[in-house]
Design a protein around this ligand. Sequence first.
Ligand SMILES: NC(=O)c1ccc[n+]([C@@H]2O[C@H](COP(=O)([O-])OP(=O)(O)OC[C@H]3O[C@@H](n4cnc5c(N)ncnc54)[C@H](O)[C@@H]3O)[C@@H](O)[C@H]2O)c1
Length: 264
Amino acid sequence: MNRLAGKTAVVVGGGQRPGATIGNGRATAVAFAREGAQVLVVDRDLEAAKDTVAQIRAEGGNGHPHTADITRPADCETIPRAATATFGQVDILHNNVGVVVAAGTEATSYDDWERGLSINLTGLWLVCRQFLPLMRAQGHGVVLNISSLAGLLPGANPYSIAKNGVNALTRGLALEYAPHGIRVNAIVPGMIDTPIGVDRVADATGRDRDEIAAARAAQVPMRRQGSAWDIANAAVFLASDEASYITGAVLPVDGGSALHTSTN
Ligand SMILES: NC(=O)c1ccc[n+]([C@@H]2O[C@H](COP(=O)([O-])OP(=O)(O)OC[C@H]3O[C@@H](n4cnc5c(N)ncnc54)[C@H](O)[C@@H]3O)[C@@H](O)[C@H]2O)c1
């Protein structure tokens, strides 16, 4: 408890797709608040952000909702303004937004390509670009980017390309901003039992949720899916002063999936 006491955090994509389990962004926002941070929950879906804030407040935490679509540069500009107006400073920026756009090359339209890169990579860059001057001026800050196993593996689809880009951007920003006291790290979720991971596939295919969950678990060396709390716990650690000498890391939280897929 209180590993983030006195800190402020912005969780972008802190709402969630409805489903049977908690999502990565919501769990992380709640975990940050449980550890004592004040949290601005940003989402293009204001109701989803409000639901996260309601959960934070129900537990006695301090959260505020804010709506922004990170594919719109003008919306991105509002996020640091809202954060500083609410909290005065920002210690932690957590970029969680991600949408799977991952058909084969010939099934991918130009619009799919643009959308996949815009949501998963350009939007993240736009948000970082808004917060880095503020963090540089205050002389400290932590940026966390949510990547994907798709970002470690070959894949010509927009999602894979974007997540490879997130990893490259993470390392590049870490190097560029290390002299300014800003740490930048990425978390690589593997098979996580979230609505975006499981319910999305059930909705798209009509297959049974449990069947999909079991098939995903079977692919993991640990033979189980992770939960959004596994992602949140990694985020709390990387956001905290316990990780004060860690920057440029691209950390798999995946039950060994990255090892498995790279050796088979
Ligand atoms: N669950 C998994 O198995 C898994 C695996 C690998 C990576 N990931 C990554 O985890 C992240 C998402 O996890 P989640 O469980 O929180 O997903 P989620 O879809 O439940 O929540 C993401 C939130 O982002 C919001 N959002 C989408 N587009 C936006 C935009 N343009 N601007 C602002 N907000 C926007 C959505 O409204 C939603 O509330 C993504 O980066 C995804 O690539 C998940």
